[in-house]
Write a protein that binds this ligand. Sequence first.
Ligand code: IMP
Ligand code: MG
Length: 182
Amino acid sequence: MTHGDFVYLTFMRVLISERAIKKKVKQLAALLAREYKGTDCVFVGVLYGGFVFLADLVRELHRYDLHPAIDFVRLTSYQGTESTGTIRIYKDVELDLTAKRVLIVDDILDTGMTLKFLKEHLSQKGATDVKLCVLLDKKGRRKVDITPDYVGFEIGNYFVVGYGLDCDHRYRNLPYIAIYEG
Ligand code: IMP
Ligand code: MG
């Protein structure tokens, strides 16, 4: 065992287990199948954090014979400008969203600034509707008015890692959500 493994096994507290996430992903997939089955839909993953959740979600959807088109965006928010919320698009969607039903899939809704910006941005591309699905919702941290359409778990004000969520680009690969304690 490397020193790195030892550190995370010792100090990370599991908040949401792998088993609980798997169960939730199945439940969400069933709801999404009901909403999107038979429609021309595009699921937009938000890099990097949303990639694990999106991958698991769409693989569940094959059970419902639902095969959404998949695209990704990458956004960045400037450090230290949390109150003004300066968001930049690093990578935009590449598919034409005209007349498509769009679902944004991300790891976590925190202040809500990034996803509010993205929702407005994608809505301007001629989509029929743009909805939002997040695995985690830190409801108490919201700074702007945005309500997710699909939520896995509401969590408190912890800094969490795993299942796509990172600390300095690491720990995205954990199959569970853990509270990062440094
Ligand atoms: P916001 O909702 O605009 O404040 O930004 C949400 C983004 O901040 C998420 O997509 C994550 O990339 C990041 N983020 C927020 N909370 C956490 C956390 O607890 N762990 C890791 N990243 C987080
Ligand atoms: Mg993110």
